[in-house]
Design a protein around this ligand. Structure first.
Ligand code: DHB
Ligand code: FE
Length: 304
């Protein structure tokens, strides 16, 4: 092949085609490759820097930590901001705010009716009960709504990702009762930190950034005809509440904790002493398409 300038090479890369392919994939690839060519040229990226980055991406991929990087570089929250903006343009308002799913969801958690213990009878720290209802925008209960709940253990680890934890530890599904009520017992989770000595920590060390998230609990809430809600609640008082590595803290999702002695009615959860309680209702919007009410997480949606 003849000699090529950078621009000629870019044009060639972006115009090669022997079949229609996908217009969308071609347009996005062209844009990203162009941006990267320009970055390499303007920032004078050396071959060693380029291949070190490729090596890092390879190690990141095989570590399964890509989803940690997307969160830490703001992409997960960006997608939520864009969804909120699209909702505002479409006049869709109200309900519990969405919050990032995070990379640590696992499908197929054990299912219970109305209530469950997430701590599996191995209490740690303060006894914690979270309870409430699943409602529509008019405050009507959504009977038998399904709630997936997952949170980190006392060391900040999630089962299936953190060594030594049992399958589905601190992960459950709860089917709300006929009045849309749910409740669960667990312990107040601590914050979370990205794994040390990992491709993720390598980048954040080089950026001079921390990899901490404030204490939070994840939810995926599904009801027929309603828009599936992916959200998290934050626990108050955490050092990182306003300095979340994943930028996910939102107004309306920081719960209040009430400390007291459990009144009657919590025996089935084994609560008979001081406990911490939080009440939180999940309010779902109506779905405007069938796809919106599917019980699917972010990766299940794209793989379905
Ligand atoms: C990450 C971890 C989480 O627990 C979470 O909710 C979101 C992101 C992360 O490691 O990137
Ligand atoms: Fe999390």
């Amino acid at each position: 092949m003849s000699e090529l300038s950078q621009d000629q090479l870019l044009n060639l890369v972006n115009s090669k085609q022997i079949a229609p392919g996908s217009d969308r994939v071609r347009a996005l690839t062209q844009r990203i490759v162009s941006d990267l060519f320009h970055t390499i040229d303007e920032m004078d990226v050396t071959p060693d820097e380029f291949w070190a980055a490729v090596d890092w991406l390879g190690r990141l991929g095989s570590s399964g930590q890509l989803g940690l990087i997307t969160a830490g570089l703001g992409f997960d929250r960006l997608l939520d901001i864009r969804s909120d903006e699209a909702d505002a343009r479409a006049g869709r308002a109200g309900g519990t705010p969405r919050a990032i799913e995070g990379p640590l969801f696992v499908a197929g958690a054990p299912l219970s009716q109305a209530e469950v213990r997430l701590d599996e009878g191995e209490p740690q720290g303060e006894v914690f009960v979270m309870e409430g209802r699943v409602l529509d925008l008019d405050g009507r209960p959504l009977p038998h709504a399904l709630i997936d709940v997952w949170h980190a253990n006392v060391q900040g680890g999630y089962s299936h990702f953190f060594p030594g934890m049992k399958p589905y530890e601190l992960r459950r599904r709860i089917e709300a009762d006929d009045q849309g009520r749910y409740r669960f017992r667990s312990y107040v989770p601590p914050g979370y930190s990205i794994p040390p000595n990992s491709p993720t920590s390598e980048l954040f060390d080089a950026l001079g950034r921390h990899g901490h998230r404030p204490a939070h609990i994840h939810f995926l809430v599904v009801a027929p005809g309603m828009r599936t809600l992916t959200t998290q609640v934050n626990l108050p008082g955490d050092t990182y509440l306003d300095d979340d590595f994943a930028f996910a803290t939102r107004d309306g999702l920081i719960v209040e904790l009430e400390r007291g002695v459990a009144p009657a009615g919590y025996e089935s959860l084994g609560v008979n002493a001081p406990f911490v309680r939080t009440r939180f209702d999940f309010v779902l919007q109506p779905a405007v398409s069938e796809g919106e009410s599917l019980p699917l997480t972010r990766m299940e949606r794209v793989r379905a």
